[in-house]
Design a protein around this ligand. Structure first.
Ligand code: LX5
Length: 643
């Protein structure tokens, strides 16, 4: 997997020295803030997994032996034999489906009497939580069943690595050469602090002595967000919900593109019954089960009150190759079908009918389609035919949708025809870039173009040192840059930090907004910056005295018109305090106001060992026609003033 790196686009660099007090006068003039302004960018990135083992609540790792090589030890990732049983991954002579050719072969020697079975260690652990009812299932068969059917029962349970069983269920079975699906539930009565737990399926040796059975799609779900079958992790969903995000960009990022076109994220392989989903080797070097498929994304996005920004494959993959012009029709048709799955009429459209068969007869909400991801890495083919082929075909079919092109620097790179209205820009850099770039959008002409900062983050210190977790210096620098999103929300319609999630146990790209383990979630300093901007987005931006780039202090004023509240955001990127004096165009009805602040000493990070080193706190302040606010060093403050 070759990492691409995006050019930094810094329009303004200023070295002006600033006084400690900033006078800010604002008026009632301004512009609407688009409801879509702050949201989330997601892709299955970070080995082990922001999708599988992350947002997607499935607890069993390697549940269907997808894309593994039978007979290898790697094929048995997360699985281990229990007792004297022999387990291996085989290419089933009669697979459960053409999509899932492999199975776990479970062989029990004749004369076995002791308990045998196999265990799964989950995604670096399995949480056992009191009151949780776990829902499990698996497919099994006996390739060469005995002449006399054997009936018995498996025991499915959660246990410690030492073998202490916390909860279990009995699962009856009968030997047969055809695949059968067994289901079960069990409820935990106590919470285990350790997540080093195992899922086990076992049986009395004498019941199956001399038999070889096959198992696949062995699944175990905890309770999920909104109680959805095949759903999402509750704690991660609630952590994201606490940001009140407006949109969800998916499925990528690089994870859309595939190493080659054949490895791309293909929507049709991610819908329908789980036995029909082959999975794929994702673009971050590990397997995607695609249990988290297009339907699951859309249903969860709807449950979360967001709208999708959905990407379609645009004929460019990470090996640098572009699909030839003559080969584009395949992907145009695929994109049309993908969109019809989302918004088509189930009574007349085959793809929409699949959606309805999965439980959502009505179309999902969809306004934005992103054509590709970072296609400026193959600018010539994007400009010569890939953009136009897809845009013209999709726009003809779905004229009501907005089509986003991907661009380097500030849009129009490469120059595309038809000229896109919407551009996705990506930037990863150091704190100074974001401080010096706070006015990057201010100088862009108002010529109808609309911008989506689809990925951005402080990824290194100014020294160039890499970051494992966001740090306050970088997060407050991002906050200064985000004041530019508020201020220019007449041309910036959406912005999302990236990447979103990483597992504590191993990762491929840091820093990330949220770090998690099987039973914990760590909200980074950048998470809180994103949260404060989203919660206090308002619906109208008020013009005010503006500062200049590279100044240590930035501000933005928005209003929630229906609530009659004004949100005065003050960002101080210096390590020492600075004062801002606001002069309001009205006299507030209350003489005191409540504010929320995120601040911490330089270098502070929220980590697994100190998850709450920097968290927002509230304060009150004196409100009046003028408000004097002393902003501590390295701080983002939101002062709420009621009209
Ligand atoms: C970046 C950019 C991080 C990834 C890409 C996304 O979020 O998938 O869109 O990867 S990179 O730097 O290798 O291009």
């Amino acid at each position: 997997m070759v990492l691409k790196r995006v050019l930094a686009f810094a329009f303004i660099a200023s070295t002006a020295v600033y006084a400690a007090t900033f006078d800010v006068t604002f008026s009632t003039a301004g512009h609407d803030v688009p409801p879509t302004l702050y949201g989330l960018m997601f892709e299955d990135i970070n080995h082990v997994r922001s999708g599988d083992g992350g947002l997607y609540a499935e607890l069993i790792q390697n549940r269907a032996f997808q894309t593994v090589t039978p007979g290898t030890s790697a094929a048995l990732t997360a699985w281990a034999a229990l007792g004297s049983a022999k387990i291996s991954v085989v290419k089933s002579s009669s697979p459960v489906s053409s999509a899932l050719p492999n199975a776990l072969s479970f062989a029990v020697a004749s004369g076995t009497t002791s308990t045998v079975g196999f265990t799964n260690s989950g995604y670096f652990g399995i949480p056992v939580t009191a009151g949780w009812t776990y829902t499990g299932s698996f497919y099994y068969r006996t390739p060469s069943p005995p002449a006399t059917k054997v009936s018995g029962s498996f025991t499915a349970d959660l246990r410690s690595t030492g073998g202490t069983v916390f909860t279990s269920a009995t699962v009856p079975f009968t030997t047969s050469s055809t695949w059968q699906q067994a289901t079960f539930t069990f409820t935990a009565s106590s919470t285990q602090t350790s997540v080093e737990n195992l899922f086990a399926l076992s049986v009395g040796g004498s019941t199956v002595a001399g038999l070889t059975m096959e198992f696949t799609l062995i699944s175990l779900f905890p309770p999920t967000f909104n109680g959805r079958e095949n759903g999402f992790r509750m704690d991660l969903s609630e952590t994201l919900l606490d940001m009140k995000p407006a949109f969800f960009r998916f499925p990528g990022g690089n994870n859309l593109e595939g190493e080659t076109a054949a490895d791309r994220w293909a929507w049709e392989n991610t819908v329908g019954d789980l036995v029909d989903r082959p999975g794929r080797v994702g673009d971050w070097g590990y397997i995607n089960t695609d249990g988290l498929g297009l339907y699951e994304y859309l249903q969860w996005i709807e449950d979360m009150g967001m709208e999708p920004i959905m990407a379609v494959y645009a004929g460019y993959s990470l090996n640098g190759a572009s699909v030839a012009s003559s080969g584009m029709q395949t992907y145009i048709t695929e994109a049309i079908n993908q969109i019809n799955f989302v918004i088509g009429d189930a009574s007349t459209n085959a793809q929409a009918a699949i959606r309805a068969s999965m439980g959502h007869a009505d179309p999902f909400t969809l306004n934005y389609i992103e054509i590709g991801n970072e296609d400026f890495f193959s600018p010539t083919t994007y400009a010569d035919y890939r953009w136009a082929d897809l845009y013209n075909a999709l726009h003809a079919e779905f004229p009501q949708l907005h089509y986003i092109a991907t661009s380097a620097t500030s849009g129009n790179v490469p120059t595309l025809s038809p000229t896109p209205t919407y551009w996705d820009l990506h930037i990863y850099s150091n704190p100074n870039f974001f401080i010096n770039g706070a006015f990057n959008f201010d100088i862009l002409s108002r010529n109808g173009l609309q911008f989506f900062q689809g990925e951005y983050a402080t990824t290194t210190e100014n020294s160039g040192a890499a970051l494992t977790y966001p740090f306050i210096d970088g997060s407050i620098a991002e906050a200064a840059y985000m004041a530019g999103f508020d201020r220019n929300s007449d041309i910036v319609f959406a912005a999302s930090y990236a990447p979103l999630l990483n597992h504590v146990s191993s990762t491929q790209w840091t820093p990330d907004l949220i770090t998690f383990s099987p039973n914990t979630v760590i909200r980074s300093t950048s998470y809180y910056v994103q949260q404060l901007y989203s919660l206090y987005k308002g619906d109208f931006y008020l013009q005010s005295t503006t500062n200049t780039a590279s100044s240590p202090v930035q501000w933005s004023i928005t209003r929630d018109t229906s609530a009659g509240q004004y949100f005065l955001k003050v960002i101080n990127t210096a390590t020492s305090a600075n004062t801002v004096v606001f002069t309001l165009p009205f006299t507030p009805s209350h003489t005191t106001g409540t504010g929320t602040i995120l601040t911490a000493p330089s270098g502070t990070q929220n980590t697994p060992t100190s998850p709450n080193a920097a968290v927002p706190s509230t304060f009150s302040f004196t409100a009046g026609k003028t408000i004097t606010y002393n902003a501590p060093g390295l701080s983002l403050s939101v002062l709420v003033v009621t009209e």
